[in-house]
Design a protein around this ligand. Structure first.
Ligand code: BDR
Ligand code: CA
Length: 312
């Protein structure tokens, strides 16, 4: 089984990504690191523990809190989309088992696992890239020790979702994102809005998951999220940003990618966090990113439903 670390800012769609990763049975999840993003680090950590409880994940899967704020900027929470609690009000009263068992800092856990299993670990990052940047600052050789990194973030051919041009994860910590993209990873895949906006989950899809506790949770947690998506896009559905990044680790054939040079804007009043993709190689730089450009959304949603459906 492929070894993986999830780096999350749990959030509604991060939660769906965690469910997919663990329930698929295709990934050996070594641990989950949390980061400030949609909600505070503390809430993201607590939400991660809640989701792991909900799906009865192996108690050995521990959670490692990382950065409580971006490298240089103030946090920008996304309560409007994910709710005050980050899970759209679902699991509000749950008291999860505390899976933070050690003092190990999230970025250190990444470093330690990559050293223990050189060339074997896939890092799937579905929040702002602060933890990954901190790990790289401490151990630059991480780029060669990991098997690959898959990032949910960016938008190269479509508009942004937090500013006209920026995708949320890139916008929250553009300095970290820039550091990660420029670090020299031989295998870095970017799953951005170009593909995630085509991977839509509807209430009919959720009906196909249940009846079950998980289906109820998905319905409740995505309810406001779908409403916000409708207000912006006129479609009653929610974009499966983070689950698609997880799916790319499990079933890479679902997403078509192309190699390009990509950089992140960090010094513009209007465009901070924009991912700039050099499609025509005007800058004459080596490609650093496999950019997701097309997705087989039907297959993806079918597989997502199958994985979440209760078969017991
Ligand atoms: C990303 O932003 C967050 O709000 C989501 O959890 C996802 O990781 C989508 O732009
Ligand atoms: Ca996220």
């Amino acid at each position: 089984m492929r070894k993986a670390i999830l780096d999350v800012d749990t959030g509604v769609d991060d939660a769906l990504g965690i469910m997919l990763a663990i329930r698929s049975g295709e990934l050996d999840v070594l641990g989950i690191t949390t980061v400030n993003g949609n909600v505070s680090l503390e809430t993201a950590t607590n939400n991660t523990c809640k989701i792991l409880d909900l799906i009865h994940a192996d108690p050995a899967i521990a959670v490692y809190p990382g950065a409580a704020q971006p490298l240089l900027r103030h946090p920008v929470f996304e309560h409007r989309i994910h709710g005050q609690d980050g899970l759209g009000g679902a699991l509000a009263n749950m008291q999860p088992v505390d899976r933070v068992k050690s003092d190990e800092f999230g970025p250190d856990f990444m470093i330690e696992q990559a050293r223990r299993y050189p060339g074997e670990v896939t890092l799937i990052a579905t929040g702002p890239l602060t933890n990954v940047a901190l790990a790289l600052a401490k151990r630059p050789s991480l780029v060669h020790e990991l098997k690959e990194i898959i990032i949910m973030g960016g938008a190269v051919q479509t508009y942004g979702n937090i500013t006209p041009v920026a995708e949320y994860n890139m916008y929250v910590d553009p300095e970290a994102a820039r550091l990660v993209l420029q670090a020299g990873f031989p295998r870095l895949t970017m799953i951005g809005l170009d593909v995630t906006r085509h991977a839509l989950l509807t209430s009919e899809h959720i009906d196909a998951i249940g009846p079950s506790e998980i289906a109820d949770n998905v319905r409740q947690s995505t309810s406001d999220y779908m409403q916000r998506y409708f207000e912006r896009n006129g479609v009653q559905a929610c974009a499966m940003h983070d689950p698609l990044a997880v799916a790319t680790a499990i079933w890479p054939e679902l997403v078509e990618t192309a190699q390009h040079y990509v950089d992140v804007e960090t010094r513009s009043e209007l465009c901070d966090g924009q991912t700039v993709c050099d499609f025509q190689n005007r800058l004459q730089r080596e490609p650093n990113v496999s950019v997701g450009l097309k997705v087989d959304s039907k297959q993806f949603i079918n597989r997502f439903i199958t994985v979440l459906r209760d078969t017991d």
